[in-house]
Design a protein around this ligand. Structure first.
Ligand code: SF4
Length: 181
């Protein structure tokens, strides 16, 4: 799982858990649900990823997971569900793949489906503020991305276990993407 190309981030331990995360983590593990989470970055691209993850998780075989518990509360049942799931879907907001790069060191890499939402919608690349995009357009864009992600997940043709970059941006940028529509 780990390669030489990694670095360490220290996290303060806790023995606390989230009550609903414990309940649903156990339930989803028993039901064999596929976890979906997103980078949830603070910019509009992260917001589209977050909204997309919410929509994808509404599909029958998927449920929404929490990156916070996965990354920082490994004793939680929600984290155990993600780590033992058959597949894990991570939707990142852009080709930096912030959460995919963390997740691939926590779950088995061949179970991970890591999607770059920006490469699908190809909008808002140079915007930061979520409010720069009207709510209706945010929701519409997330719906479009979610439909494409679900189609890829169902037919298995385009989403592999590797990080997805579909717009021609470098998958390993030195600086933030400048993709435009
Ligand atoms: S993947 Fe892109 S949008 Fe998401 S947190 Fe990282 S830099 Fe922000």
């Amino acid at each position: 799982m780990k390669s030489a190309n990694t670095f360490t981030l220290e996290i303060t331990s806790t023995d606390r858990v989230c009550a609903i995360g414990e309940e649903l983590g156990r339930t989803y593990q028993k039901q064999g649900k596929i976890p979906v989470f997103s980078c949830e970055g603070g910019c509009i691209k992260g917001e589209i990823a977050r909204l997309t993850a919410n929509l994808v998780a509404k599909d029958d075989q998927y449920e929404r997971a929490c990156h916070g518990e996965l990354f920082s509360a490994p004793h939680s049942h929600l984290a155990k569900w993600v780590k033992t799931a058959e597949k894990v879907v991570v939707i990142d907001g852009c080709p930096i793949h912030c959460h995919g790069r963390i997740a691939e060191n926590i779950v088995e890499k061949d179970k991970l489906i890591n999607i770059d939402a920006l490469s699908i919608h190809q909008k808002f690349a140079n915007l930061m503020d979520v409010d720069d995009v009207p709510q209706k357009e945010r929701k519409h864009t997330a719906r479009e991305v979610a439909d494409k992600v679900l189609a890829h997940l169902k037919d298995g043709s385009s989403c592999s276990s590797t990080q997805q970059t579909l717009c021609g941006c470098s998958a390993e940028p030195q600086v933030e993407t400048t993709c435009t529509t």
